[in-house]
Write a protein that binds this ligand. Structure first.
Ligand code: NAP
Length: 450
């Protein structure tokens, strides 16, 4: 870092260093400002501030657990990355990382209390009385923005109180531009509370231009969580043509559903602890299985792969999410080591009639903390799960395409009479572009409200 000139206003934070920081979203020039209270705020500036008008700006309250550790109990880390991406895409703006604003100004210990203890209620968990327990002062952020030459901002935030706090300190906030994030089972209640009690905007929101015209509560698609002692809540999801195929006879499935439906799939991934496919889908489609089409955290990716056929170049091994490959204990040790070197966790599961034993695979996943699992196919895995009676919820998307003979979604279940079929209850229907999603609970699954 090179030294930078200090600010003439002695009470305001002084600029102490600058350095270019290349991020996955683009290059920012970082300006470090030291406050008289010993805080160091970091302003990441993209492009030229120019006349300082209408600068796209994020004033981000530091959150060690969310930003750095990727905690799923809040959406801070996702918002930070979303802000960096949004500002970089605009080519001009500021992401100001504010030191000392953790847990709305009450510090790391209370951040942990909110996350680990009272959890769902960011207001009730605050130990210090104040306006909604919020101790954040916007004097330093306002002074930093002034030092950078910012005259007015379009504020990237869901929190109207932040706009008010900056205005109190003389920042002209032209508008509040929400940063919607997809909720997961760990932060849904927390985000709902922020919206209900603190007036946050679209805390479980989505980008209106990108998602289907009729907004969908993805929590509604995933359903209430069923608590099982020995397996996760399982949501089975696939996209089929109107004639019931999930791929053509050559195995091609790109894309059966439209972009709006696929965005919902990404939102469902963000809502679950893990997403699972079989080796067949991995080899045929090479899916990445991360959350990319909506702002949200990627789940753990799980592959059922008895003989470790997963190629070392598979996208599922990308380092932007964790990957667990389940295999038989006699799988090639060299392949195992190679996959582990590529970043995957490889775990043994006993063999069963269709590959790996489904009950044991699910038991293992539950034992490593996975309480909700989205299964995205393919055909053999769908069939195994339905046959093993471990599906809680079924989300089938119907696309306006007919392709004739191809890969059927569900193989033989040994059902000879319609009356013996798997009964589906509590139907709902969601429209996504030209696709129709039908959503059912499997009869017998006992949900608990999330
Ligand atoms: N439209 C959609 O929504 C969608 C979604 C996904 C896939 N697809 C399509 O589905 C096709 C792939 O279907 P698929 O049946 O070949 O693949 P799959 O169900 O993803 O994978 C099946 C493989 O998983 C492994 N496996 C391990 N344990 C298993 C168990 N208990 N039950 C079932 N499988 C187990 C087996 O391989 P090992 O013996 O090597 O372990 C098995 O051959 C592709 O054409 C793909 O494009 C469509």
């Amino acid at each position: 870092m090179e030294a930078a000139p200090s600010s003439p206003d002695r009470s305001a934070p002084r600029e102490v260093a600058t350095a270019p920081i290349p991020t996955p979203y683009g290059e920012f020039l970082a300006h470090a400002f030291a406050s008289s209270a010993g805080r160091v705020h970091l302003a990441l500036v993209c492009g030229e501030i120019g006349d300082g008008g209408s600068v796209l700006t994020r004033v981000h309250s530091e959150c060690l657990t969310g930003d750095t550790l990727g905690s799923l109990r809040c959406d801070c880390g996702v918002q930070l990355r979303s802000a960096l991406r949004t500002v970089a895409a605009e080519g001009r703006g500021v992401v100001l990382y504010v030191d000392g604003h953790g847990s709305r100004g009450t510090g790391l210990v209370d951040e942990l209390r909110v996350h680990v203890g009272a959890g769902a209620d960011p207001v009730g968990a605050d130990p210090v009385p104040g306006p909604d327990g919020d101790l954040r002062d916007y004097g330093d952020p306002a002074a930093v923005l002034r030092s950078l030459g910012v005259r007015s901002v379009r504020l990237l935030s869901n929190n109207p109180a932040k706009a008010a706090g900056l205005r109190e300190h003389g920042v002209a906030v032209e508008s509040l531009q929400p940063l919607g994030t997809e909720a997961n089972r760990h932060n849904r209640a927390h985000l709902d509370t922020q919206r209900a009690r603190l007036g946050h905007l679209r805390s479980t929101g989505r980008q209106p231009d990108e998602l289907p015209a009729a907004p969908v509560d993805v929590g509604g698609l995933l359903g209430p969580l069923c608590e099982h002692a020995h397996r996760p809540h399982v949501v089975l999801k696939y996209a089929q043509t109107l004639d019931g195929r999930i791929a053509t006879r050559t195995g091609d499935a790109r894309w059966i559903s439209g972009a709006a439906e696929r965005q919902l799939s990404h939102a469902m991934r963000a809502g679950c602890d893990a997403v699972l496919v079989g080796a067949g889908t991995l080899l045929q489609d090479d899916p990445q299985l991360t959350v990319r089409m909506v702002p949200g955290a990627s789940p753990v990716r799980v592959v059922l792969d008895s003989a470790l056929r997963t190629p070392l170049t598979a996208k599922v091994l990308s380092d932007d999410a964790a990957t667990v490959v389940l295999c038989r204990s006699d799988a090639d040790p060299a392949r195992r080591r190679a996959l582990e070197s590529a970043g995957a966790t490889v775990r043994d599961v006993p063999a069963g009639p269709d590959g790996l034993r489904i009950d044991e695979a699910l038991r293992l996943l539950r034992s490593i903390g996975i309480a909700s699992l989205l299964v995205e196919g393919g055909s053999r895995v769908i069939t195994s799960l339905l046959r093993a009676a471990v599906v809680d919820r079924l989300v089938v998307s119907l696309s306006p395409t007919i392709i004739g003979a191809g890969v059927e979604a569900v193989g033989p279940l040994g059902v000879d009479r319609v009356a013996d079929g798997i009964r589906l209850v509590r139907r709902s229907v969601v429209l996504a572009g030209d696709d129709v999603l039908t959503v059912f609970d499997v009869a017998g699954a006992v949900p608990r409200e999330r």
